[in-house]
Write a protein that binds this ligand. Structure first.
Ligand SMILES: CC(=O)CC(=O)O
Length: 660
């Protein structure tokens, strides 16, 4: 039997040695070797090992390297390392927004662009660091005058526009807890989120432009106001130019006083924002991350892994309803200008995002793997048709980038472009594995686990696997892990979301392979969360909406990753007596979902089934159905003893066979 170690596949791309030498991560390693005991040799693998074996030294080094301003110093790096419940930097006091606006204090930089706003009607409109700082300062003062205090929630029903960044930073400056939804969410979707956290202020647009059309949202905003009795003030953001309703405050009046910001000094674990992640049952999880935890995690990820700094322009196509928006805004931490594109990814044509990258001089351009595949399918030639000479990295997320996506980017996105396929999520508002500017890129692989991320692939009994598919686990705490879920006083939902499979160990819910050459391959969700174009959606939302229709007795929605990188999201319906699944009913199902949730929630197919299978405790069976649809045989996909009617599952097994 041969014991030869498998040879890694040939790299698709390797960093230019001079570039690798100058990368922040290389300089960080040399400095940390002197100042914090990091290994001077062994490159990224050695640095990564040290970062997870010496968590305290690593995170102290990150804080030092990025010059984190602790207005009261920390007593220790990790007070308690139990998961959940790790205590980071006890005693430390700071403010996230102060760091995001630091560049404005530099007279040589304050006149540079901090934000570049693009929409479907205009090219880049800059806002300088000085302007951003004063707008944030003015709005923070206005929020205080409205009685907003640290810990109060401030909500935004806003697209990806400068006003959203200003409102978030002003909230963080005051110590309020930010939360946002994109305006393509229907009223019920927003209320399911915001009602959980009881905001005192609502920033809301009158509408937005998307796909060449204006979408008036004033009626939805009225519904939100009705459904949010805790809101004391509504701030009207007139994107479509409509006047403020009589009882709403005017955006420009609150932001034009020219006031220097006052940054509330807050404990490290003070909540910064609430993000939402939809599960399979109940309301979306309301995930709370801390000011200090996000500050350090994003400094590391943006400064070291994305290699972003002053002079860079960071564009990620996102909406305010996805954590990539929060990640994008953190580009400001490293003095980088961020590109806010508020529009359709495919308007006026599929090339839209490349056009934005060209127009803004983006140096790191992030998008979804699905967009890359759409460009490939449309036969685009971005580097031929646009000046992408400034783009040095194209990053993708949302779903694993398929091998053809790597090849296409390598050929069509300009030479030599670094392809960073990254994966993490809302739960940590960051990246667990992805880009490293000093490592080679191999087709279909994420370059490596991120620094400070003790990532492994485990089998069901908790044994580590290499070169085999396992559950993605993180065995040491990370600062951006949730401090808690909102309205989860005992921490039960938080615990059950990540820690019920392997006690004390974070189970992320992805199937991965950790390769023997140190890279990571992601195979998709190991639970049944729907994840379409990077946006996680709860099946529960869809059931709730569809089953309001009298013709639908029960439903089941599944998201299936396809071998070609696509995503198939069928909705199975068990009809009420006498109902027929004809085109009229199909249209009604689609339009109900579109109106109450969003266009993204609309299924690809609606398929009638004789009944929906359940567990013995009455839960709809999603994961086994997904596995059946992926071709796993019935006896491997489900334990028959746990199902109310095993015969129902044969239907899905058969469907998978006929679809192949
Ligand atoms: C970084 C990510 O993992 C983003 C996502 O797909 O949710």
């Amino acid at each position: 039997m041969s014991t030869a170690v498998p040879q890694p596949p040939q790299p698709l791309w390797e960093p230019d040695p001079a570039r690798a030498e100058g990368a922040a991560i290389t300089r960080f390693q040399s400095w940390a070797a002197q100042a914090h005991g990091a290994p001077a040799d062994g490159g990224y693998p050695a640095l990564h090992r040290w970062s997870v074996e010496s968590l305290d030294a690593f995170w102290a080094a990150v804080a030092d390297w990025f010059g984190v301003r602790f207005s009261t110093p920390y007593e220790r790096v990790l007070g308690d390392r139990a998961m959940p419940g790790a205590r980071w930097f006890p005693g430390a006091v700071l403010n996230y927004a102060e760091h995001a606006l630091r560049t404005a204090e530099d007279p040589l930089r304050s006149g540079d662009a901090a934000l570049l706003h693009v929409d479907e009607t205009h090219g880049p409109e800059p806002m300088t660091w000085a302007e951003l700082r004063l707008q944030v300062g003015s709005l923070a003062e206005a929020l205080r005058a409205l009685g907003v205090r640290p810990g109060d929630r401030v909500s935004g029903y806003l697209p990806n526009v400068p006003q959203a960044v200003v409102a978030f930073l002003a909230s963080a400056a005051v110590g309020a807890v930010w939360t946002s939804c994109a305006p393509d969410f229907g009223a019920q979707g927003v209320l399911d989120r915001f009602q959980q956290v009881e905001p005192v202020v609502l920033f809301a647009v009158d509408g937005y432009r998307y796909g060449g059309k204006e979408h008036d949202r004033r009626e939805t905003v009225a519904e939100l106001r009705e459904g949010l009795p805790t809101v004391r003030a509504v701030v009207h953001v007139p994107l479509l130019g409509s006047p403020a309703p009589a009882d709403a405050l005017d955006w420009s009046e609150l932001t034009s006083a020219g006031t220097e910001p006052v940054f509330e000094q807050l404990p490290f674990d003070h909540p910064l924002w609430v993000l939402y992640s939809s599960g399979t049952t109940g309301l979306p999880k309301a995930i709370v991350q801390s000011q200090g935890g996000i500050l350090l995690e994003h400094f590391k990820q943006i400064g070291l892994h994305c290699d972003l700094g002053p002079g860079d322009r960071f564009f990620w196509y996102t909406s305010t309803g996805w954590m990539m928006w929060n990640f994008l805004v953190s580009g400001l931490l490293t003095g980088t200008a961020i590109v806010l594109y508020d529009g359709s990814p495919g308007f006026p044509d599929t090339a839209a995002q490349w056009r934005v990258a060209e127009a803004t001089g983006a140096t790191v351009f992030g998008t979804s793997a699905a967009y890359v595949m759409a460009c490939r399918k449309a036969g685009l030639h971005p580097a031929r048709d646009f000046d992408l000479s400034r783009v040095r990295c194209v990053a993708t997320t949302g779903s694993p980038l398929p091998p053809d996506g790597f090849r296409w980017l390598h050929e069509e996105a300009g030479e030599p472009v670094w392809i960073a396929s990254v994966s993490g999520g809302t739960d940590i508002c960051s990246v667990l594995a992805g880009g490293v500017p000093t490592l080679p890129v191999r087709i279909g692989e994420l370059q490596a686990p991120a620094l400070g991320t003790d990532l492994h692939a485990w089998d069901p009994s908790g044994l580590p696997l290499v070169d085999e598919v396992g559950e993605l686990v993180v065995t040491s705490p990370m600062p951006s892990m949730p401090i808690r879920f909102w309205n989860d006083p005992e921490g039960t939902r938080y615990h059950d979301s990540y820690f019920d499979t392997y006690p004390g160990v974070w189970r992320h819910g992805d199937w991965i392979t950790l390769t023997s050459h140190g890279s990571v391959v992601i195979h998709g969700r190991s639970d049944s969360t729907l994840n379409r174009q990077g946006v996680r959606m709860g099946s529960a939302d869809i059931y709730e909406t569809v089953e309001r229709l009298p013709e639908i007795r029960e439903s089941l929605v599944i998201g299936v990753e396809q071998p070609d990188g696509g995503y198939w999201m069928p909705l199975f319906v068990h009809l009420a007596d006498g109902a027929t699944l004809d085109d009229t009913l199909r249209d009604r199902v689609r339009s109900t979902i579109r109106a109450h949730l969003s266009p993204r929630h609309v299924p690809d197919d609606i398929i009638e089934v004789p009944a929906i299978p359940h567990t013995l405790t009455g839960k709809r069976i999603e994961v086994p159905v997904k596995r059946l649809l992926q071709g796993v045989p019935l006896d491997k996909a489900v334990n028959p003893g746990s199902v109310d009617d095993i015969g129902l599952l044969r239907h899905y097994e058969e469907l998978a066979r006929t679809r192949r």
